[in-house]
Design a protein around this ligand. Structure first.
Ligand SMILES: [Zn+2]
Ligand SMILES: [Zn+2]
Length: 622
C-alpha cells in the first residue's frame, strides 16, 4: 500500500504527541494536522516550561517509537462514550471538539456522522479484532483493571479521523526534524488559552528532507529584507509606517527597468498607457462591488467637502475610461496598461519587507473585447508572460492553473454560453501556447474563469505571479457597451491581467531568485571602476565618462583604500563588473575585468568591453 506524504506527516504528528506525553507526563494534546512541509501539534504543558532545547529529547523518543513498529488501529464510539473516554484521559481540548462536532459547529460543519474515531498505537500486541473489541467494550471503563502486558502495549491514544499509515514501521526515522516552538491559541481564537505548538519538517525520506533543509538555509541567505538593506534597495521607515516601503535609488532603478521591460512587451501588442488618480468617491467602489469586498481594508481620505477612498483596485477606474468612449466593434479590443499603486489596510502584524504591504503597485492592465476575441487576446497575454519569465530564467519548471467552474453553476455570474466560450478560449490558448496547464474545477472566481501562473525560483520554491482573468461582472455593473455590426449595443468582456503580479512582489521574488546578483539589464549597479593608485584616476575617469555616456550605470572608487579593499567593497554590493585600472591598462587603453557572478577575469580594450556589455544589456542576458 502506498501512503501519501500527508498521511505520513500526520502519522508522525501522533508519534510526536506520544513522545511528548512520554517525556512530559500530564501534557494535554489539542490538534496536530499535516502542513506543506511537515506537521505540527498543539500542547498544553500545564505549568511545565517547554522550550526549543527540549526538541532534541522529543525527537530522540520519536525515532525510538518509529523503530518499534507500533501499529495504528482505531475504534469508533458515540459522542457520550467519546467524552467518557476523554474524561478518563484528561484530554479536555478533545472533549470540546466532541461538543462542537455534536452541535455541528466544528470547522466547516464537517463530519456530522454521529461517530467519533479513536486511533491507538499499540506495540507488539498488534492489531487484532479482539483488541478492538476489548477497547470498545471495556478498556476505558476499567483502565486500572488492564493487566501489565496490555498496558505496556497500549502506547498512545488520540481522538482523530485519520487517515494514518498502518504502522510506524512504514515511516522513516530520518525523514523528519523538529523545527521550532511557537505559541498558538486554542481554536485559533485570541480569546482562548495559548498553547505550545511544535512544528516539524517531514518528507518521504532523508534525501527529500535534506533538500528542503538546504532550500531553507539558502532562502535565509537570500531573504529580500536582508539583501534589500545590504544593497540599499528599499527602506522601511518608522515615521512613514509599516507596510509602506520606500524605494532607494538602487531599488527604483531596478523597478524602473522591470516596468520599462513590461511596457516594451505591451506596446508592440496594441496596448495604450493610461493614468488614473489614487483616490475616488466611494460610490465608484459601491458600484464595482469592491467596497463590500474590501470592507474595513479601505483607506478613507477626508476632504473639505467630500470623503474619498484610496483605490483598492484599478479596475473600476479603467471601466470609467472605457465608458467615456463610443466604441464600435471596429475599435475592439481596447487595451489599457497602467502600473498603478493601490492601497489596502492590512493588519500591521502581518506587514514585513515587500511581502505584505499597504501600498501595492500592480502592473495592471485591462482589455475589453468581444467574447469571440478572448482566445486571441489570452494568447497574446500568455506570449508576454512566457517572454518575461523566460528572460528571468523562471520557466524551466512552471505550471499553469486553469481555474474553471464546478457543478454548482448557481454560484457564478454570466450566462452558461459565455462561460463555456471563455473556458474553452482559455484552454485553447493554453494548448496553442504549449502551457503546462492543469484544469482545476471550482477554482474560478465568481465573475469568470482564470489562468494563474506558478513559477519555481532558483531554489525550487513555487510562486504564483502572473494572472489572466476573464470577467463578465464589471462590464455589467458599469453597463459598458460598444456598437456591433447591426448597430446594436453589445456588452464587452473584460480581461484583467497582471504579468509581475505586483512590482513589490516581483521585486521580492527576483531579489531572492537571483540572490541579489541581478542580470546586467536589471541590476542597479552595473560597473565599478577601481584604481590601483591615484595617478591612474584620470584614465579611470575617461573610461567612466565613456561608459556613462552610453547609459551604463557605473561609478569610480578613487578612495585611499587598498586595491583589495576597493574590490571587496564592490563585491559586497554585488556589482556585476569590477574594472581594475593600473599602469598596464592605461598604457594599452584597456581594462582588467572581474565578473562578480562567474568570477572570471579578463583584460579587454575599454571599447570592446563597452560593446560586450551593451550587447548583454540589450539582449537581457541572464
Ligand atoms: Zn490522526
Ligand atoms: Zn482588474
Amino acid at each position: 500500500m502506498n501512503y501519501s506524504l500527508a498521511q505520513k506527516r500526520h502519522s508522525l504528528a501522533h508519534v510526536m504527541a506520544q513522545a511528548v506525553q512520554q517525556n512530559f507526563p500530564g501534557t494535554k494534546i489539542a490538534t496536530g494536522p499535516d502542513t506543506d512541509d511537515g506537521f505540527f501539534y498543539d500542547f498544553d504543558f500545564g505549568g511545565v516550561e517547554f522550550s526549543e532545547k527540549d526538541l532534541k529529547k522529543v525527537e530522540k523518543t520519536m525515532k525510538k517509537i518509529v523503530s518499534q513498529g507500533q501499529d495504528y488501529t482505531y475504534f469508533e464510539v458515540g459522542y457520550d462514550e467519546a467524552r467518557e473516554i476523554l474524561r478518563e484521559m484528561k484530554e479536555e481540548f478533545k472533549i470540546e471538539i466532541v461538543d462542537k462536532l455534536e452541535s455541528g459547529d466544528f470547522k466547516n460543519k464537517e463530519k456530522i456522522s454521529g461517530k467519533i474515531t479513536f486511533y491507538i498505537n499499540t506495540g507488539k500486541w498488534g492489531k487484532t479484532p479482539e483488541l478492538q473489541e476489548f477497547l470498545k467494550e471495556k478498556w476505558y471503563h476499567s483502565f486500572e483493571e488492564m493487566d501489565g502486558d496490555q498496558l505496556k502495549n497500549l502506547k498512545f491514544i488520540d481522538m482523530c479521523t485519520g487517515p494514518h499509515v498502518e504502522s510506524t514501521r512504514l515511516l522513516d526515522a530520518n525523514s523528519f526534524k523538529l523545527a521550532r516552538v511557537a505559541g498558538a491559541y486554542w481554536m485559533g481564537n485570541e480569546k482562548n488559552q495559548q498553547l505550545t505548538r511544535i512544528y516539524a519538517y517531514a518528507f518521504n525520506d532523508k534525501e527529500e528532507l535534506d533538500k528542503h533543509m538546504y532550500m531553507l538555509t539558502e532562502a535565509k541567505k537570500r531573504d529580500h529584507r536582508i539583501l534589500g538593506a545590504k544593497l540599499k534597495l528599499f527602506t522601511v521607515s518608522e515615521l512613514v509606517g509599516p507596510g509602506l516601503p520606500l524605494l532607494q535609488p538602487a531599488g527604483m532603478t531596478m523597478r524602473q527597468e522591470i516596468e520599462t521591460y513590461l511596457w516594451d512587451l505591451h506596446k508592440v501588442r496594441g496596448y495604450d498607457r493610461v493614468w488614473t488618480p489614487h483616490i475616488a468617491k466611494e460610490i465608484l467602489y459601491e458600484k464595482s462591488g469592491h467596497a463590500a469586498k474590501f470592507g474595513d481594508e479601505l483607506f478613507r481620505v477626508k476632504g473639505k467637502e467630500d470623503e474619498f477612498i484610496m483605490k483598492p483596485m484599478n479596475c473600476p477606474h479603467h471601466m470609467q475610461l472605457f465608458a467615456d468612449n463610443q466604441f464600435s466593434y471596429r475599435d475592439m479590443p481596447i487595451r489599457y496598461f497602467e502600473p498603478a499603486t493601490i492601497y489596502r489596510d492590512e493588519k500591521s502584524g502581518q506587514l514585513s519587507g515587500l511581502t505584505r504591504v499597504r501600498a501595492i503597485t500592480q502592473d495592471d492592465g485591462h482589455l475589453f473585447c468581444r467574447i469571440e476575441q478572448v482566445k486571441d487576446e489570452v494568447k497574446t497575454i500568455t506570449d508576454i508572460i512566457k517572454e518575461f519569465y523566460t528572460t528571468l530564467g523562471l520557466t524551466d519548471d512552471y505550471w499553469v492553473s486553469l481555474s474553471v467552474r464546478d457543478d454548482d453553476k448557481s454560484k457564478y455570474l454570466g450566462t452558461d454560453e459565455a462561460w463555456e466560450t471563455a473556458e474553452k478560449a482559455l484552454e485553447d490558448a493554453s494548448k496553442e501556447n504549449n502551457l503546462p496547464y492543469k484544469r482545476i474545477e471550482g477554482e474560478a472566481a465568481f465573475y469568470g474563469p482564470k489562468l494563474d501562473f506558478m513559477f519555481k525560483d532558483a531554489i525550487g520554491r513555487e510562486w504564483q505571479l502572473a494572472t489572466v482573468q476573464v470577467d463578465f461582472n464589471q462590464p455589467d455593473r458599469f453597463d459598458l457597451s460598444f456598437t456591433n455590426e447591426k448597430g446594436e449595443k453589445e456588452r464587452p468582456v473584460v480581461i484583467h491581467r497582471a504579468i509581475a503580479g505586483s512590482l513589490e512582489r516581483g521585486m521580492w521574488v527576483f531579489i531572492e531568485h537571483f540572490a541579489g546578483t541581478f542580470p546586467l539589464w536589471m541590476t542597479p549597479r552595473q560597473v565599478k571602476i577601481v584604481t590601483v593608485a591615484d595617478k591612474f584616476n584620470d584614465y579611470a575617469r575617461e573610461v567612466h565618462n565613456t561608459l556613462k555616456s552610453q547609459d551604463i550605470r557605473v561609478s569610480i572608487d578613487d578612495s585611499d583604500d587598498s586595491l583589495n579593499k576597493k574590490v571587496r567593497n564592490a563585491e559586497k554590493m554585488h556589482i556585476n563588473y569590477i574594472l581594475v585600472i593600473g599602469e598596464e591598462e592605461e598604457k594599452s587603453g584597456s581594462v582588467a575585468v572581474r565578473n562578480y557572478k562567474t568570477k572570471e577575469q579578463s583584460v579587454e580594450k575599454a571599447g570592446g568591453f563597452l560593446e560586450r556589455i551593451k550587447d548583454e544589456i540589450n539582449k537581457k542576458k541572464l
